[in-house]
Design a protein around this ligand. Structure first.
Ligand code: 8YV
Length: 309
């Protein structure tokens, strides 16, 4: 008898084929769907931002493992998972490069105004209307990074190719040779021309990037977020952009995805992406393989390759 699992967020077809071969996979549609099968479900596969809704977790008494197809654990109740002896795994390492690449892409897009230039050509305005405003130079800009984990460091590494001096803040000084630790976030913001959020989400980092922090980045500065929408006070962000107190923002993540405030969607100072930093064929396959390996190890009573708890 194949173990039964719940797939909350779709994965790559090749990965879903592997899951279908090993498990009876229930594809989540609604809580009502779980009524007759809840007692059989022993595993969950889900996305980082999607996580496991609390009512789903509560309704699965036989749940043994949650395999997250991502690195964020903020959408899973880890306290309860621990209490119930539910294992939780993520996909560290394999998405680091993509997320860092996206951060650099967003910096370039935002400062150089790539979306506006693209629209100008695409809409046939070249030669008919005045060109979009000049961009801002990227090379040499002072970069501040919030959260110097694997992703933060990969962003810093890439930034060195753009001759960007890198400072960072985190819970502690990592003693990194080429990058300056700044314990106070507001000081880091004041000293940065581009401030990138690469910190984990969750209660501990909620609205860390406050109105004051954004105003400290200032009218000539830029904010980039490839981490979690919850780290930035989104309402305040819309207001400081509108008031011209922050130069611009490039966002891959939002507080209430897929809802994006109209003020951010219509602002000429934003570049927006639909939470796609890890969304490449190569990386989503590598992430999916890790989900498959973690589930397989669990059901074979083997050590989990990338367990969080
Ligand atoms: C993915 C993410 O979007 O790693 C995470 O926590 O949010 C992203 O890499 C996601 O998990 C796929 O749904």
């Amino acid at each position: 008898m194949k173990p039964e699992i719940l797939l909350i967020e779709p994965m790559m077809p090749d990965i879903e084929r592997q899951l279908d071969a090993a498990y009876t996979v229930h594809r989540f549609t609604s809580i009502a769907q779980l009524k007759d099968i809840a007692g059989n479900i022993r595993g969950i596969a889900t996305g980082g931002a999607t996580g496991v809704p609390q009512d789903v977790m509560d309704s699965l008494p036989a749940l043994e493992i949650i395999a997250i197809n991502g690195i964020g654990t903020d959408a899973v109740n880890l306290t309860q998972a621990k209490e119930r002896n539910i294992r939780v795994t993520t996909t560290p390492g394999v998405l680091t490069d993509d997320v860092a690449d996206m951060a650099i892409g967003l910096i370039l897009s935002l400062l150089r105004g790539l979306p506006a230039g693209d629209r100008y050509v695409r809409d046939g305005e070249w030669g008919r209307k005045s060109a979009p405003p000049l961009g801002r130079k990227v090379t040499g800009k002072k970069l501040g990074i919030i959260g110097m984990g694997q992703v933060g460091r990969a962003i810093a590494h890439r930034a060195q190719a753009f001759a960007m001096p890198v400072s960072y803040t985190d819970l502690r000084d990592f003693g990194l040779k080429d990058h300056t630790f700044v314990p106070d976030l507001k000081t880091l913001a004041r000293d940065s021309e581009v401030l990138v959020v690469a910190a984990s989400g969750g209660a501990g980092s909620r609205h860390l990037v406050s109105r004051e922090v954004m105003e400290a980045v200032g009218p000539e500065g830029f904010l980039v977020n490839v981490a979690r929408g919850s780290v930035v006070d989104e309402q305040a962000l819309a207001q400081v952009l509108e008031a011209g107190k922050l130069g611009g923002a490039a966002l891959d993540v939002f507080e209430h995805e897929p809802e994006v405030p109209a003020a951010l969607r219509h602002s000429p100072r934003t570049v927006l992406q639909p939470h796609r930093a890890s969304a490449t064929v190569e990386t989503r396959l590598a992430m999916g393989e890790l989900v498959v390996r973690n589930l397989a190890a669990h059901f074979a009573n083997q050590p989990l390759p990338t367990a969080v708890i």
